[in-house]
Design a protein around this ligand. Structure first.
Ligand SMILES: O=P(O)(O)OC[C@H]1O[C@@H](O)[C@H](O)[C@@H](O)[C@@H]1O
Length: 301
């Protein structure tokens, strides 16, 4: 793992980009510009916080009870599920949602222009990753922190045989009150309902969660929005390169999670840009797959 002094020397930018010690001594990138503030954990290469200067509240929910410990995913922000989404596809007892969220990523670059920050993180195959998955890969995540937040993920096959991945940017969006929140843009789209044994259902109108919600939408329109009447804001999600959206809120099952308070389900909804299940992607040797997503916050009267 890169140490904080080296990180600050190589990639720190005066007051705008700093590498600091976070909970349990885990390194964090702290960004502060006239446009936005943000925090990124090198563990998981994971956004923990993004707040545009014009916004009153963070884009993300981050659990007060999150566990910062190797082998455990940080509950909140935007973890990356990769190279599989959901349960181990090989039924070999490997961790749910893959291992990219449970490893330290490297910082490869940082730039600042006109108070727009761009940070590039990387994760490559190692002996550790090969314990779980034999493939040779190179992952790059570009994080653009400006008035909006964008995340670009590139998966490269560095080996000699094709491999298949599924993935999701598992973003936990903060909301003021789940009962006053709607997810718009998925009307008429079929989804597999995990709470009903993955049976196929059709979305009618907006999503207004009122119980455990765990769905894989089988098509991903380019834009969806979360309308939050309580915080009087609208989060716009725009993407390229994903085939699915996953919508998740644990509702009463939050009580069974040891890294979230029972009532926290009221404060977030996960809307995940994904390639899941039958929409896994096969990447040929030397080829790459890209996914891009941007999030913006707009006020809504
Ligand atoms: O607790 P984890 O491993 O972070 O997963 C949280 C949830 O992630 C969602 O993406 C899945 O659809 C849910 O089934 C799962 O419970």
């Amino acid at each position: 793992m890169q140490n904080l002094n080296d990180l600050n020397r190589l990639f720190g930018r005066e007051d705008n980009i700093q590498f600091i010690e976070g909970p349990s001594g885990m390194p964090l990138i702290q960004v502060a510009t006239s446009r936005a503030s943000a925090k990124v954990a090198l563990y998981g290469g994971q956004m923990l916080s993004f707040k545009p200067a014009t916004a009153e509240h963070d884009l993300f929910y981050l659990s007060q009870k999150a566990i910062y410990q190797q082998g455990k995913a940080i509950r909140g922000g935007a973890p990356l599920c990769w190279p599989w989404f959901g349960d181990d596809p090989g039924s070999l007892g490997r961790q749910a949602h893959g291992f990219a969220r449970n490893l330290f990523w490297d910082v490869l670059d940082s730039q600042i222009h006109d108070n727009n920050v761009e940070i590039t993180l990387g994760l490559e195959s190692t002996a550790t990753s090969k314990q779980w998955w034999p493939s040779e890969f190179r992952l790059r995540k570009k994080i653009h922190i400006g008035d909006t937040l964008s995340l670009s993920l590139t998966t490269e096959n560095k080996g000699e045989i094709p491999f298949s991945i599924s993935k999701a940017l598992h973003s936990y969006f903060r909301v003021g009150d789940i009962s006053q929140t709607r997810v718009c843009g998925l009307d008429g789209i079929d989804y597999l309902d995990k709470t009903l044994g993955f049976t196929k259902q059709k979305q009618a109108g907006d999503i207004q969660a009122d119980k455990e919600t765990d769905r894989v939408y089988l098509d991903a329109p380019q834009r969806v929005a979360i309308i939050d009447a309580s915080l009087k804001r609208r989060i716009e999600i725009e993407h390229n390169g994903a085939d699915n959206f996953v919508v998740w809120n644990p509702w009463d099952k939050a009580a069974a999670l040891n890294d979230m308070s029972a009532e926290d389900y009221e404060q977030f909804i996960c809307v995940e840009t994904a390639n899941a299940l039958a929409n896994s992607v096969i990447i040929a040797p030397g080829a790459a797959h890209h996914m891009h997503v941007s999030y913006s916050i707009n006020s809504e009267a």
